[in-house]
Design a protein around this ligand. Structure first.
Ligand code: ATP
Length: 342
């Protein structure tokens, strides 16, 4: 895979600025805020609603996605993600609220606007009888200013399979070709719907590199995924939707106060160490979990680790598998969406 690392320092500065902005801007998705649409944002939405008959799938969403940002849109099955994304892509008409995507109302956007957005859908769009090159040439023809076909195949790591027919590509390779189709128009804004479902771990990592490279080139990315590690690796900001409403947003590190939650200090005692009494300062917080494992909640991991290490040395107790862990993004997400999961 060829990744072009141009202007790396500029990119790092831009990325740091985006992360800073993501960490400091007032949340846009939380209810009760009256702010005008932002015409300079890649996506700006206020009070977005969508009802299928009597069923309200989206119930008043406010959201801004800044240019150059990667936003991960997370939520349980049936939360309203696809409905929201289809409205933003201009494929579905909303029943309420306001929306601007690249400065245009996606419900009434002119044709040239479509050229500025790229879409990678969940389901396959690859022609089985055409080669990867032919598929991409076909789609390039639909765009006013397409990206060079071979360069796009290289970007997604498919250059060596350019002559293979759709039916001869593996599942992961077909998914890469779908990503290439989303990129061929050289979009300013890319919607990626579960881009790595079905990928092996190394293909997922390669796709993350492609997505990071797109951001380096200035593309804004709106990503839906059920993989928390993917959201954590890629997103500047995470937005969680449940029951058609945004229930939390923040950086992967700060979502729902993740950065201020207590950590867990874990270690394993073996042999005679299992009978040793822990220091008083730690004993009341320690929970035994079988096989000699002990876990304790700590707001000051450094101080508690120092107490533990001193105790272990003094009593000649070997500490096995010592680790300090903050709540994972998955734990935070599961806590947020408890009760909303279909
Ligand atoms: P998933 O993670 O399973 O893809 P999602 O978050 O994308 O879910 P949506 O597909 O937006 O959820 O669906 C939101 C709600 O709207 C669900 O209850 C779904 O059953 C309902 N829904 C979606 N499309 C339609 C439709 N065309 N007609 C009626 N109801 C629909």
């Amino acid at each position: 895979m060829i990744l072009i690392h141009r202007g790396i320092r500029g990119y790092m500065q831009r990325r740091a600025a985006i992360r800073m902005q993501a960490a400091t801007v007032a949340p846009t998705g939380l209810a009760g805020q009256e702010r005008p649409l932002d015409p300079d944002a890649a996506i700006s939405v206020r009070g977005l609603r969508m009802a299928y008959g009597v069923m309200e799938a989206v119930r008043g969403i406010d959201l801004d996605v800044h240019r150059g940002e990667i936003v991960a849109f997370l939520g349980p099955n049936g939360a309203g993600k696809t409905t929201t994304v289809e409205i933003l892509e201009g494929y579905r008409h909303r029943t309420g609220g306001e929306a601007l995507v690249l400065g245009e109302d996606p419900g009434h956007a002119p044709l040239p606007w479509r050229d500025r957005i790229g879409v990678v859908l969940q389901e396959s769009t690859v022609e089985p009888d055409l080669t990867a090159l032919e598929v991409l040439e076909l789609y390039a023809g639909y765009h006013a200013h397409p990206r060079p076909v071979m360069e796009t195949l290289e970007l997604v790591g498919l250059a060596e399979r350019a002559g293979a027919r759709g039916s001869q590509l593996s599942g992961g390779q077909r998914r890469r070709l779908e990503v290439a189709i989303g990129l061929i128009g050289d979009p300013e804004l890319l919607f990626l719907d579960e881009p790595t479902t079905g990928f092996d771990p190394s293909a997922r990592r390669q796709s993350w590199e492609v997505i990071a490279e797109l951001q380096r080139r200035g593309t804004t990315i709106f990503l839906t995924t059920h993989y928390m590690d993917e959201a954590e690796a890629l997103a500047d900001r995470i937005v969680v939707i449940a029951g058609g409403q945004i229930i939390a947003e923040g950086t992967p590190q700060s979502l729902a106060g993740r950065d201020t939650r207590p950590s867990t200090l874990s270690f394993r005692l073996t042999g005679s160490g299992r009978q040793a009494a822990l220091p008083e300062a730690l004993a009341s917080r320690a929970v035994a979990n079988g096989d000699g494992w002990l876990h304790l909640s700590t707001r000051d991991p450094l101080a508690d680790t120092a107490i533990l290490a001193a105790w272990a040395e003094q009593n000649e107790v070997p500490l096995r598998d010592l680790e300090v862990r903050r709540p994972s993004l998955e734990e935070i997400y599961l806590e947020l969406t408890e009760g909303d999961r279909a």
